[in-house]
Ligand binder design. Structure first.
Ligand code: ADP
Ligand code: MG
Length: 322
């Protein structure tokens, strides 16, 4: 079973950034308003995620590292309209099977709990103190899966992937503060923002944020809302092209294509204007359960999704006579 667990773990987490993604999704699902990430060696030696969310009582803490013990989904109908970021109950058991894992949590009432797992060993529980919320510590990721450990990149690359990931998540959740530190240095610091535009201004600077245009668009099943930069403001990667579908930051080839369609005539190939879009669509028209990382989405009508994104951005950036 240990080996099976480690194989499954490889599908959910393949590098420090995917561990951070799962832990931060849990923090967001727990209603956190402050999320702090501390790294050692870009996360390859240590990942710590601290939140001020709901925390867990001792019984939930015992369950959380058991496979499929999710507290978030109770029925097949729930799965059709998932409102939480997590729903598979796989992340913590997977992570705990391939690292030296510790979680300390408290609901703020009654005793707190520490749960420790070493490379998928049976969980050791003990009482602990912690303010309301949860801290998860993931040490030496893949120490017991050498073939996977060998695929980790250097600390700088892994850290950059984490910062990029958290920037996307921070755009999808402006009301939450995010911080990433390593060795006393701050790599990301985004205080609570009142709205998406303020969050984007924190990231891009107030001056550059002036090139952002408001997106408000509705067509068929899709409502698209957010900001898109004028073609004059571009970057060399998609690091600042964030698309959230029903509250979940996702990657989807056709969503990227839609963005490229909108800018094709005005932006050189290989340049990417910052974009932050929130798409609302009937949850039955989008499948988030395509891949264990829940990063890919599939729409029942992929072409309509691409066209909606393109049309939404065009409607915001196209010059109209005053
Ligand atoms: P999922 O998120 O799919 O339910 P996870 O393995 O990520 O599965 O987490 C298992 C369970 O542990 C969650 O359902 C939740 O009840 C609990 N949990 C995990 N992280 C936190 C957290 N930061 N705060 C509160 N509860 C948490
Ligand atoms: Mg989860």
């Amino acid at each position: 079973p240990k080996v099976a667990q480690q194989v499954a773990a490889g599908e959910v987490v393949d590098r420090p950034a995917s561990v951070v993604k799962e832990l931060v999704e849990n923090s967001l699902d727990a209603g956190a308003s402050r999320i702090e990430v501390e790294l050692k060696e870009g996360g390859t030696a240590r990942i710590l995620v601290r939140d001020d969310g709901s925390g867990m009582d001792p019984e939930d803490a015992r369950l959380c590292v058991l496979r499929h013990a999710t507290s978030k989904i109770r029925s097949v109908e729930d799965l059709e309209a998932v409102s939480t970021l997590g729903f598979r109950g796989e992340a913590l058991p997977s992570i705990a099977s391939v690292s030296a894992f510790q979680l300390v949590t408290s609901t703020g009432e009654g005793p707190g709990t520490r749960v420790a797992v070493d490379g998928g060993s049976e969980a050791r529980l003990s009482p602990a103190t912690h303010p309301r919320g949860t801290t998860v510590l993931v040490d030496r990721i893949f120490y017991n899966v050498p073939a996977r450990r060998a695929f980790l990149k250097g600390p700088r690359t892994e850290r950059a992937a984490i910062v990029e990931l958290l920037t996307h998540m921070a755009v999808a959740h402006p009301e939450v503060s995010f911080r990433v530190v390593e060795g006393g240095r701050e790599y990301l610091s985004l205080p609570t923002a009142t709205d998406l535009l303020e969050r984007l201004a924190q990231i891009h600077g107030v001056a550059r944020a002036r090139a952002l245009r408001r997106v408000e668009y509705e067509a068929g099943a899709f409502r698209v809302e957010g900001y898109a930069a004028l073609p004059s403001l571009t970057e060399s990667s998609r690091a600042h092209q964030t698309v959230a579908v029903n509250g979940r930051w996702v990657r989807g080839e056709n969503l990227h294509r839609g963005l490229d369609d909108a800018y094709r005539a005005t932006v050189p190939a290989g340049r990417y204007p910052p974009v932050a879009l929130r798409i609302s669509v009937d949850p039955r028209r989008v499948d988030v359960n395509v891949h264990p990382t829940k990063q890919l989405v599939r729409f029942s009508d992929e072409r309509a999704a691409r066209e909606a994104v393109a049309a939404a951005v065009r409607s915001a950036i196209e010059w109209r006579p005053p």
